[in-house]
Design a protein around this ligand. Structure first.
Ligand code: ZN
Ligand code: ZN
Length: 250
């Protein structure tokens, strides 16, 4: 299983990265986790334009889902004709919300390009992957994912405040891709995002093998996020996400 960080910029694109988008590959199957604004451009550095086999969207904030709009164009208006529909696992409101973002009627909306399935907590299969999703702690309906293949697992927090569900989802995962949006300061809003320290605490409680800090918001210095994380009691390998980074999980 191979993980590629396509986009790791939090809340909006930055100069060096699009918004959230992660590519998981195994047996030639290509699963995209989140498709934030700007991600479609960077994704083409890693796979062909038409090569996505399935998409999972953690939630419907723009920085996690908006590039489904241009990808609808790609799959519908390709010069060689429309491409087959691909599965999109997303919160239940995704078809209506994305049709509105595009400016198209709800019916058929994007159903001609995408086969939407509403997420509920539990496990489903996507090609060779087993995907488990759980509700996270964010102001809108949001899911974290755990993607497993060949005895290896990657867990992804989506956007979340502190969450026991995230600790369960990431239990003994080989790699936890965890958001770290806030600097560790007093009086932070609750139930919204994590600091680097909180991300490391979640990784430590989960017993994850490695921690990759992501959803890095461009107005903060990422070195400060990493410094905060060093105070979270996590003893494993820990680093900042970077657009273009590849992790081969064997
Ligand atoms: Zn976000
Ligand atoms: Zn969000």
């Amino acid at each position: 299983m191979k993980l590629t960080i396509v986009g790791c910029s939090g809340s909006f694109p930055g100069p060096d990265s699009p918004s959230s988008c992660y590519l998981l590959e195994a047996e030639g199957y290509r699963l995209v986790l989140d498709f934030g604004n700007g991600a479609l451009g960077a994704l083409q550095r890693h796979i062909g334009l038409y090569d996505v086999d399935a998409i999972c969207l953690s939630h419907l904030h723009a920085d996690h889902c908006l590039d489904l709009c241009p990808y609808h164009v790609v799959r519908t208006y390709s010069p060689d004709g429309p491409l087959p529909r691909i599965p999109v696992h997303a919160p239940a409101d995704a078809p209506r919300r994305l049709a509105a973002a595009y400016g198209m009627p709800d019916e058929p909306g994007m159903e001609t390009a995408f086969d939407f399935s509403p997420l509920t907590p539990g496990t489903f299969e996507a090609g060779p992957f087993e995907v488990t999703c759980a509700r996270m702690n964010h102001p809108v309906e949001t899911f974290g994912f755990r993607v497993s293949y060949g005895g290896r697992s990657v867990a992804y927090s989506g956007d979340t405040g502190e969450s026991a569900e995230l600790v369960r989802l990431a239990a003994d995962a080989d790699l936890l891709l965890c958001e770290a949006s806030f600097l560790d300061r007093p009086d932070l809003p609750t139930d919204l995002h994590l600091t680097g320290r909180q991300a490391a605490e979640h990784a430590a409680k989960a017993g994850a093998g490695a921690l990759v800090l992501t959803h890095l918001v461009p107005w903060y210095d990422p070195a400060e996020i990493l410094r905060d994380a060093s105070r979270g009691g996590f003893g494993g390998r820990m680093e900042l996400a970077r657009s273009g980074a590849v992790y081969d999980l064997g």
